[in-house]
Design a protein around this ligand. Structure first.
Ligand code: IPD
Ligand code: CA
Ligand code: CA
Ligand code: CA
Length: 269
């Protein structure tokens, strides 16, 4: 078994264990929901319990690896060859309202490149997995992106960062513009599932600003292995720390990029 397969299997074990916790806590966290400084930026007991079990499993198997986890922050040297990026509950707002769109996301960067990704939606029991060169799957069956090749025939998804009230660079202009040019734009509320849905062809493209590495670490390798394309808004190479992502099936990429940069402030490219 290759190292990548081992990493993928342990990440799967961690994501499935975390998923059990999310299902157990669902509807029972009302007394344990707090805001993390910004209005609407919630954290629940489930986020913390999920992260705890993921950290335990990864630390047990890979004590030499480093971790970047949404709720615990930077654990170990962030320049380590192996860096796990963990979102223990992606879609916390949905989860707190029992809106069934949330997931566990676990990605592994090897020398700064996302190489392993697992996204698990426990409510629908959907497990998305990928590793570099090993393909992308949903519930162990291969997936690939859609073939939609015109923006006017596409369905997109996007998101809005928690600081949207304080900044004019809030994605509202892009959302309106693209709503008129496409068959629709969805706001799922879980960035990892947004990427997973592009990867399996349910939507044709996704863009967002204000995104963190743990939101997308797993999704970017999943989408790459499913045949998709990821860049900055202006089609230049994607930078994980830029906070901005344009991810599509590849066929609508140029068209979507051109429309995004028409309405997006220069700083957002
Ligand atoms: C959020 C979700 C949401 C996205 C936000 C993220 P969280 O993650 O992925 O879809 O729009 O930017 O922060 O806080 O629920 O893990
Ligand atoms: Ca997230
Ligand atoms: Ca989260
Ligand atoms: Ca959060």
């Amino acid at each position: 078994m290759t190292n990548l397969q081992i990493f993928l299997d342990i990440a799967t074990e961690a994501a499935l264990s975390a998923g059990v916790i999310l299902q157990d806590y669902l509807g029972k966290v009302e007394d344990a929901i707090t805001e993390k400084g910004r209005p609407g930026d919630l954290v629940t007991a489930a986020d913390k319990a999920s992260e705890k079990v993921i950290l335990e499993i990864l630390n047990r198997h890979f004590p030499q690896h480093s971790i970047l986890a949404e709720e615990s922050g930077k654990l170990g040297n962030q320049d380590n060859e192996y860096l796990w990026a963990i979102d223990p509950l992606d879609g916390t707002t949905n989860y707190a309202h029992q809106y069934p769109c949330f997931a566990v996301s676990i990605g592994l960067f090897i020398n700064g490149v996302s190489q392993v990704g697992v996204i698990y939606d426990p409510f629908h029991n959907e497990l998305f997995r990928a590793a570099a060169g090993l393909g992308a799957t949903r519930n162990r069956r291969p997936i690939k992106v859609s073939q939609t090749n015109e923006l006017s025939k596409s369905l997109l998804t996007t998101g809005f960062a928690y600081d949207r009230r304080e900044t004019s660079d809030n994605n509202y202009a892009e959302f309106c513009h693209l709503t008129h040019l496409t068959q629709g734009v969805r706001r799922g509320g879980s960035a990892s599932l947004d990427l997973a849905y592009v990867a399996c062809g349910r939507v044709d493209g996704y863009w967002e600003r204000g995104i963190a590495p743990w939101d997308i670490a797993a999704g970017i390798i999943l989408l790459a292995e499913a045949g998709g394309k990821i860049t900055a808004y202006d089609n230049s190479p994607f930078q994980i720390d830029s906070g901005r992502i344009l991810a599509t099936n590849g066929y609508i990429h140029n068209e979507l990029s051109q429309e995004l940069i028409k309405v997006s402030p220069l700083s957002a490219w």
